[in-house]
Each structure stands twice: as C-alpha cells, then as structure tokens.
Design a protein around this ligand. Structure first.
Ligand code: T46
Length: 133
C-alpha cells in the first residue's frame, strides 16, 4: 500500500480564477484543530526529520512546489506537492522530510491536534524501532 495518500479538493473554476473551499467534516478525514503555514523557505534546506505519535495532517502546497519523503520504518516514498487543490494526507507514525522547496513556496498544513512537542519523535532510530515493533 502506498504511503502517500491524497485528498483532492473540488475546484470552483471561472475565467477570473479558481477557488477551493475546505469545510469541516467533508474532505479532510479528521477534525481540523490547527492550521499553520511555511513560507520564506530556503530552497536548499531540508526540514521535518520527525514522526508524530498521534497527529494526522494534510499538507497542501498553495504556491510553488516541494517534495516530501515519507517513511514508515519499512518503506520510503518521495512525492511532489505542486497543486493547490491536492493535499498530502500524512497519517500518524510516518517519518517525514520536506525538501526541494521552489522559490516562493507556500505550504499550508491542516492538523488534527494542537501543537504538542511531546507528540514528536525526532530520533530516527527510536522511530524505526517503534515502527518495526
Ligand atoms: C510537520 C511538518 C510538515 C510551533 O510553535 N507551533 C506549531 O504549530 C508548529 C508546527 C511549530 N511550532 C514551532 C516549533 C519549532 O520551534 O515552530 C518551530 C519550527 O517547527 P519544526 O521544526 O517542527 O518545523 P518543520 O517544518 O520541521 O515541521 C513542521 C511541523 O512541526 C510538523 O508537524 O509535519 O512541518
């Protein structure tokens, strides 16, 4: 089974432009409790390097593009985010790294929980042994 799961948001298209609406209880498979976004990203940097014990998220590249590496402790998968109407669903206990940010990339993330540093697993060995257990 692929690690990358996608959420496609319906677009409202007009000659004047496009609109995407994300409503609670419809397209995202969890209650959205937090929204954060990343911008001003260094195109040569790599971020992430962690998994979450409980948190589920949907990441959407609103402008530009970037790549995600997903890893479940057994398999690694790389995906490209470059469509503002398509979100990457990141379930709990997946290691993630983000990289190859395009110039001006804006990444918005819908999250199932409030920020909690205690939910992060930032040590890869700890993650891998728990994932394989
Ligand atoms: C994830 C990827 C896609 C907060 O204070 N509140 C927040 O809601 C978040 C997300 C972060 N922070 C603080 C914690 C750190 O001092 O912002 C700083 C940067 O966070 P972090 O190094 O975790 O950022 P990324 O880009 O490596 O990871 C973030 C999310 O933390 C993470 O859950 O999946 O984006």
């Amino acid at each position: 089974m692929p690690l990358a799961e996608w959420v496609d948001f319906p677009e409202h298209c007009a000659d004047s432009g496009r609109l995407v609406a994300i409503e609670a209880g419809t397209s995202v498979p969890f209650e959205i409790r937090r929204v954060y976004y990343l911008y001003g990203l260094d195109t040569t940097s790599r971020r992430g390097f962690h998994a979450h014990k409980k948190l589920q998220q949907v990441a959407i590249c609103l402008h530009g593009s970037c790549r995600f590496l997903l890893d479940d402790g057994h398999t690694k998968e790389e995906v490209l985010l470059d469509q503002p109407n398509r979100g990457l669903l990141i379930r709990s206990f997946l290691w993630r790294e983000m990289f190859e940010f395009s110039e001006g990339c804006v990444l918005v993330v819908l999250a199932s929980e409030l920020y909690d540093e205690g939910d992060y697993v930032r040590d890869y060995k700890e993650f891998a042994s728990a994932a394989r257990a």
